[in-house]
Design a protein around this ligand. Structure first.
Ligand SMILES: NC(=O)c1ccc[n+]([C@@H]2O[C@H](COP(=O)([O-])OP(=O)(O)OC[C@H]3O[C@@H](n4cnc5c(N)ncnc54)[C@H](OP(=O)(O)O)[C@@H]3O)[C@@H](O)[C@H]2O)c1
Length: 210
């Protein structure tokens, strides 16, 4: 597992070990919004392991205002798309070594068309628009990966987990209210159980394989 914060990462790793009764859970630290950090992560992985069975690109952020990374990329574009894109590219040799293997990109239904002439939101920025564009980029990336890697024994899938009251949903007042307007009534699901107020678990969830 990869986390950006040592203390929270170690706490999460220890909880997984304790609940799964499996001691074989390793933690690596990286900031996925920084390409230098992603390159170091891939190098560290290569020094430790010879193959990778499943890569899950899960990390994402929702920013209520336009924020830049120290490397000069818009934060949502960098975290939600650029970092996972680079990491995936760098780890393909290890996925090939484990064939049949798979890549799972966690996406969202709130995709918006990326403006290819303004990927960084320099001319026009909205929180939901930039988030949706980054998730659409993940989808397009997944389609391209599936097309290019399918014959090589690596599958690529996009996965939508459903609407859950997790950190981006709880801590983004701007996004929260916009989401409410668009999707009323929002049926938040509990991240622990996956259960919404209606008790339904399946109808928000979709898995697509190509
Ligand atoms: N919640 C929903 O309703 C919903 C709906 C559709 C899709 N999704 C997708 O589900 C995935 C998980 O989201 P979530 O709802 O579980 O949100 P979450 O609780 O905030 O989880 C996001 C994780 O990404 C990590 N992260 C963010 N920026 C990072 C960075 N630069 N480097 C490394 N790790 C970073 C966060 O680490 P920290 O703990 O350090 O912040 C956090 O652990 C995302 O791809 C999201 O778009 C969620």
């Amino acid at each position: 597992m990869v986390c950006r914060d040592r203390a929270r990462g170690e706490a999460a790793r220890d909880e997984i070990k304790s609940q799964s009764k499996n001691e074989s859970v390793d933690l690596m630290l990286a900031d996925l919004s920084l390409l230098d950090s992603v390159r170091s992560l891939a190098a560290e992985f290569g020094a430790e392991y010879s193959k990778l069975d499943v890569l899950i690109n899960n990390a994402a952020v929702v920013m209520s205002s336009r924020t830049m990374t120290p490397e000069g990329f818009e934060q949502m574009f960098a975290t939600n798309y650029l970092g996972p894109f680079l990491l995936t590219r760098l780890l393909i040799p290890y996925l090939e070594a484990a064939r049949p293997s798979r890549i799972i990109n966690v996406t969202a239904p709130s995709t918006t068309r990326p403006n290819l002439d303004d990927l960084q939101g320099e001319r026009k920025f909205s929180s939901l628009g930039a988030f949706g564009a980054s998730k659409a980029a993940d989808l397009l990336f997944t389609y391209a990966l599936a097309r290019r890697l399918g014959g090589r024994g690596i599958t690529a899938n996009a996965y939508h987990p459903g609407i859950m009251k997790t950190n981006p949903q709880s801590h983004g007042p701007h996004t929260h209210s916009a989401s409410r307007r668009r999707h009323q009534p929002v049926r938040w699901r509990d991240p622990g159980t996956g259960l919404g107020r209606s008790g339904a678990t399946g109808h928000f969830c979709s898995v697509r394989g190509y």
